[in-house]
Design a protein around this ligand. Structure first.
Ligand code: GLU
Length: 486
């Protein structure tokens, strides 16, 4: 075990978004590659926006993705005394101070800065208050914030593992608040205090936090610790390079689950959002173990990654094809249930039947939702015939007779299995003096209602003699009835 410790620190203010999940994944890959530990920390100091159901969902999403953590979850809301204690220590060491300026008192400065289109910087009015002045302010009923005393000169350099050195002018960083007037820590302070106390060696997080890092580094210096390594992973943009949002379809892990994506596909897809494993370049399918082996922060790009649902669904169909059949069946059950095709728990026969249905259709499904949709005729006897199929196949000369003949022959067929059905269709079409297609196409439409699908003889075998024959006879009657009623 190496000393590497990284953390994933989501705020439970919403569902786990693809960006957050990708950050969790990169942390996971890094830690496992380095033989270190992953810590899960819940950044829930925003008491108004944090919700416990989001915490549950977050944890469920991590578990579904297979991203196991080694320690935690730790909750910032349970560590408030730590932040206060560290802030008090900084005050006693003259590295931070209490500031009694109210929002109203700072308003003029703010509007001045706004007029000049500059970022507002707190002028440091409370830097050198005497004990007496502080007491006076307290007696007036003012509740202070705590601000970090920051240097006015020089630069703070972030040595980012992905972006290289990024310098920030200290003059552009004011004495920022570390403890708010309600006693709660600000994100920057709580985050870095935890990182230090939890002995985090690598802070791997979203690019949007790069601008927070110099402030956090200043806190590290003041608190007297060593800097962890920082790595800021690139953003994920929508295909039109705008911010990825709801209007681009599923964006949270939960939504991907409900749309029928497999966790391995989502993991594989997310890994390549900003990471290119190098050498070869063409490879795209990786197991989690392979990704762990090859993961390297040096190969994470600086530029934003672009989300591409076509590629994700291509990957999903790959995993649907390759998955262990029992595992796939287990994953598919809720989706078949949702569409009213089955009711769980399934007895052995129903489970075996479902498994065969899935084995038959899996090649053609991009998601588990789609898989259940294209399997409906295995469960439902009532369905409409696709109109274009009706026009094309049922309207052919003698179609009803062909379908009826097939039904009659199938009734007598022994054994009723895929090979014999196939042999029957060949000999019957010869007897009738037509191509096998003239039998196959109307048969497919009769027993599935559709013009395309998996191997017809597989479907017929799986549906069984009784249902196949009934559906063929029903279709023959429909054709004879003038192709109108469905
Ligand atoms: N709670 C922060 C977020 O969800 C985490 C930032 C960090 O990793 O430091 O954005």
């Amino acid at each position: 075990m190496s000393g590497v410790r990284a953390r994933f620190a989501p705020s439970p203010t919403g569902e786990l978004h693809i960006g957050g999940a990708r950050t969790a994944l990169f942390n996971y890959l890094y830690v496992h590659n380095a033989g270190g530990k992953l810590i899960l920390r819940i950044d829930d100091t925003d008491l108004e926006r944090s919700r416990s159901d989001y915490i549950d969902k977050l944890i469920a999403s991590m578990q579904w993705l297979g991203l196991k953590w080694d320690e935690g979850p730790y909750y910032q809301s349970q560590r408030l005394d730590q932040y206060t204690r560290e802030a008090e220590r900084l005050i006693s060491e003259n590295k931070a101070y209490r500031c009694y300026c109210s929002t109203e008192m700072l308003a003029d400065g703010r509007s001045e800065a706004k007029k000049e289109s500059k970022a507002y910087l707190y002028p440091g009015s409370c830097r050198n208050l005497s004990e007496g002045q502080e007491e006076e302010f307290r007696n007036e009923g003012r509740t202070p914030v705590v601000r970090l005393l920051t240097p006015e000169q020089d630069v703070t350099v972030v040595r980012d593992q992905i972006r290289g050195e990024v310098s920030f002018e200290n003059a552009s960083i004011d004495d920022f608040i570390i403890i708010k007037s309600n006693g709660l820590p600000t994100y920057n302070f709580a985050s870095i205090v935890d990182d230090l106390q939890m002995e985090i060696t690598h802070v791997i997080r979203a690019e949007e936090h790069l601008s927070n890092t110099p402030r956090q580094q200043l806190c590290v210096n003041a608190l007297g610790y060593e800097l962890p390594y920082f790595a800021h992973v690139p953003m994920i943009l929508a295909p039109d390079r705008s911010k990825l949002s709801k209007r681009h379809g599923a964006t949270s892990v939960e939504e991907f689950y409900s749309e029928g994506y497999l966790p391995e596909a989502l993991i594989n897809y997310m890994a390549l959002l900003g990471w290119s494993p190098g050498a070869g370049g063409e490879e795209e399918i990786f197991s989690l173990a392979e990704m762990v082996n090859r993961f390297d922060l040096n190969k994470v790009t600086k530029t934003a990654a672009v989300y591409d649902v076509t590629k994700l669904s291509w990957m999903n169909s790959h995993y649907i094809r390759e998955y262990d059949l029992d595992k796939l069946t287990g994953a598919a059950i809720p989706f078949f249930e949702q569409q009213g095709l089955i009711e769980s728990p399934l007895n052995n026969n129903d489970y075996e039947y479902l498994k065969q249905v899935i084995a038959t259709v899996r090649e053609r499904a991009k998601t588990l939702v789609e898989m259940a949709e294209i399997s409906s005729y295995f469960y439902r006897d009532q369905f409409d015939y696709e109109q274009k199929g009706v026009n094309k196949h049922f309207a052919k000369e003698n179609a009803a007779e062909h379908v009826r003949r097939a039904a009659e022959e199938l009734e007598k067929l022994e054994p009723y299995d895929k090979e014999s059905i196939e042999a029957l269709y060949r000999s019957l079409s010869e007897d009738l003096g037509i191509s096998t297609g003239r039998l196959i196409h109307p048969t497919r439409l009769s027993i599935t209602g559709r013009t395309a699908g998996p191997g017809l003889f597989d479907i017929m075998a799986l549906l069984g003699r009784k249902r196949t024959v009934e559906r063929l006879k029903k279709a023959a009657a429909f054709i004879e009835g003038g192709l109108t009623e469905q």
